[in-house]
Design a binder for this molecule. Sequence first.
Ligand code: SAH
Length: 270
Amino acid sequence: MFNFNPSHKQAFKQGEVALVGAGPGDPDLLTLQAFRFIKQADVVVYDRLVSDEIMALLPENCEKVYVGKKQADHRVPQDGINQLLVEQAQLNKKVLRLKGGDPFVFGRGGEEAQFLLSHNVACHIVPGMTAASACTSYVGIPLTHRNVSQSCTFITGHLQSQKDGASNTDLPWHILADQKQTVVFYMGVKNLPMIIAKMVATGRNINTPAALIYKGTQKEQQVYKGQLSNLNDLVEQHNIKPPTLIVIGDVVNVFDESSLKNIGYLSNNE
Ligand code: SAH
């Protein structure tokens, strides 16, 4: 069963797993619910996207199991993670599965919950702030803006590898062409040249504003703005690596540089 009861605070019991969204890095963006679960954990199973500052909030005696993954180098395969969560729960611990952003947004939270439920392990799902929402706010890019963008798509740039080594480029490119739509790519850095080529080929204007946000909301946060036409150059010039969010659309330029200086958190970082 899902332990979900909107009228009461969810209690974290021994032998249960909590799939908790840690948000994009800044601990201030944790929900109070996430914080409560973090404080009670006996063991944490965590990814590389969870920031050090959030890890520092865990109880002192909490056991820490790292299952971080990079695209090419899956440290612990997903099956192993699923199995580990069940085993830890069966040891009667309070098992915290801590994930970057929101567990249900490109976080495999759904798969883990299915596996737990099919093994009769009760699980809590604690939402987190997803990168697209928080990282854009921190750099002054509204995801939607009246008369500029009426919709927003979150899309994965991590395309499935085919058995023959080729990439599956089978995304719904045609729906991304609308100039009044914001498109946010997660995990898109590696495939950026192909992503841009496909978007332009299916009708998106090559001069569409675009931004790269590296480690948004964290101390190392960097933002680079350009257009579809020069986004690849920016990646090379600044040697941009994951985790980076790619935001495409006219919303990128709603605020100009001078007004951004007056957004509190940006001016604090100067
Ligand atoms: N569940 C997460 C997404 C996991 S997929 C969420 O809801 O946010 C991993 C991708 O998310 C990264 O490759 C990057 O594109 C994006 N991402 C996550 N945290 C980020 C951050 N702090 N800054 C920039 N991008 C981030």
